[in-house]
Design a protein around this ligand. Structure first.
Ligand SMILES: *Cc1c(COP(=O)(O)O)cnc(C)c1O
Length: 455
């Protein structure tokens, strides 16, 4: 009898209980496809296998294959790094009200671009413009997909083919290859660099402003700091000299904050209102950095300039979706109600007391039975407040092979992201949610028990 005959047929396999189970879970097409693929593989490499090949074996392989196909790669993780705005881990986690608002518009039709009283087409930006103006004192607002596109749109709308002045101290790369000078060029603006890397003076601005100029740009240093012999005019001085020449100023605040960070023992991050009061005609910032909301680019400023920006064809290409707008609105309402520390996760983390953090770290240590509680620093991250940290307590666990241990933490059912310092693994409770306590403790314990069993 030919060896081929000893492989079960597709027809017999698809009618088994095991196949039925897979069909319920993954659909008939995918189940059939995976069975066919496995059978073909057996046929092509028949000499490598013992025959007959059982149906069970094939269906087990099929289940594995389907599980792999349907596996999602965008998964929740436990952030025990103490980096509050971790760009690789999705920046700001959202408040419950924000999530609810996003769910409501996601599962229903909505007034996204519909003026309910008039029964006519409305504007999608409208839903958050008013509240943003109320919170900041800005004349007008416009929302786009993220801050990078906000900058690109503002420059394209106001400065295409015209001169834009920017200081050499601010020609930054934010990360992910986003460079201010490149974006300036992409927008069609003519980049005019002034000053030296470490020193820029107000006369550098006034000299450059002698030629016709469309915009002066100021950019937050974001993720780096110049130390030593370095100085540059502040935003107020830049606005003053620019306005004397009739030129508007764009201030890219990067993170942007409504809250005075110095209240939390951090250096003072310029607030949005401060920049507007200093004279900035347009400010831009992200929705998912210190604001603590969904990904968005927020453009605030003078009405006549914003009207021009809105009309640029690129505005349509970088428009925000309904989730962004619903979520942003809900997050902004927390600011209006002055309940930021109670409701917005990143501000809950920033304002968490040392005592509270110590108690959590200590509890973890007791539950796990290893390590010790030590003082350390949490980082704000997210290209705001460069290198700025908050005092914290961490659970520090010495391990034989730290890299291997980190890898095992990442491989857990609820993956844990931690960091290494002096051959110890550090777990910072500041960025771990209360609801994740059991997962983190059980996860760490399970790795230790595996190690003990394998010895
Ligand atoms: C983060 C940052 C950006 C980019 O913002 P995204 O919302 O990530 O697009 C631009 N400028 C500065 C100064 C930043 O810090």
């Amino acid at each position: 009898m030919s060896k081929l005959r000893k492989i079960p047929s597709v027809d017999s396999l698809i009618n088994t209980a095991a196949a039925n189970d897979l069909i319920q879970k993954y659909g008939r097409n995918q189940t059939l496809l995976s069975i066919r693929k496995i059978l073909e593989n057996y046929r092509n490499h028949l000499s490598d296998f013992e025959v007959p090949i059982s149906s069970e074996l094939i269906m087990d392989r099929s289940r594995e294959q389907l599980e792999e196909t349907f596996k999602t790669t965008l998964l929740p993780v436990i952030n025990a790094t103490g980096v509050i705005l971790h760009t690789n881990l999705g920046r700001a986690p959202l408040s419950q009200d924000t999530l609810n608002a996003m769910q409501i518009v996601g599962t229903s039709y909505s007034t996204l671009e519909f003026d309910l009283p008039r029964g006519k087409r409305g504007s999608r930006s409208m839903h958050v413009e008013q509240i943003l103006c109320q919170l900041t004192g800005a004349e007008s607002a416009f929302i786009v997909n993220n801050n990078a596109s906000a900058i690109l749109l503002v420059l394209s709308g106001l400065a295409s083919r015209k001169r834009v002045i920017i200081s050499r101290t601010q020609l930054i790369e934010i990360g992910g290859g986003f460079r201010i000078p490149d974006v300036l060029k992409r927008s069609g603006a003519k980049l005019v660099e002034i000053g030296a890397t470490n020193q820029v003076h107000i006369y550098d601005y006034s000299e450059a402003l002698l030629e016709p100029t469309s915009l002066v740009m100021h950019a937050h240093h974001s993720n780096f700091r110049i130390v030593g012999f370095a100085s540059e005019p502040d935003i107020k001085e830049i606005c003053k000299i620019s306005h004397q020449h009739g030129v508007p100023v764009l201030d890219d605040l990067g993170s942007g904050t409504f809250i005075d960070t110095s209240l939390y023992g951090l250096p003072h991050e310029p607030t949005i209102t401060e920049s507007l009061l200093a004279g900035s005609d347009i400010v831009t910032f992200s929705g998912d950095k210190l604001l603590g909301g969904p990904q968005a680019g927020i453009i605030l400023g003078r009405k006549n300039l914003i009207e021009k920006i809105k009309k640029h064809p690129l505005a349509r290409a970088v428009r925000p979706d309904k989730f962004c707008l619903a979520g942003l609105n809900a997050t902004l309402l927390h600011y209006l109600r002055e309940e930021v520390e109670q409701k917005i996760p990143i501000w809950q983390m920033i304002s968490k007391s040392s005592k509270e953090i110590y108690e959590i770290a200590f509890r973890w240590k007791e539950m796990i039975g290893f390590g010790k509680v030590e003082s350390n620093r949490s980082t704000i991250g997210g290209g705001s407040l460069p290198e700025e940290t908050l005092p914290t307590y961490v659970l520090s666990i010495p391990v034989r092979n730290p890299d291997k241990f980190l890898k095992e933490l990442r491989g857990l059912e609820h993956p844990i992201i931690a960091r290494i310092e002096n051959d110890c693994i550090l777990f910072d409770p500041r960025t771990v949610f209360d609801s994740q306590e059991k997962q983190i403790v059980d996860g760490i314990k399970s790795i230790f028990s595996q190690e003990i069993n394998s010895e």
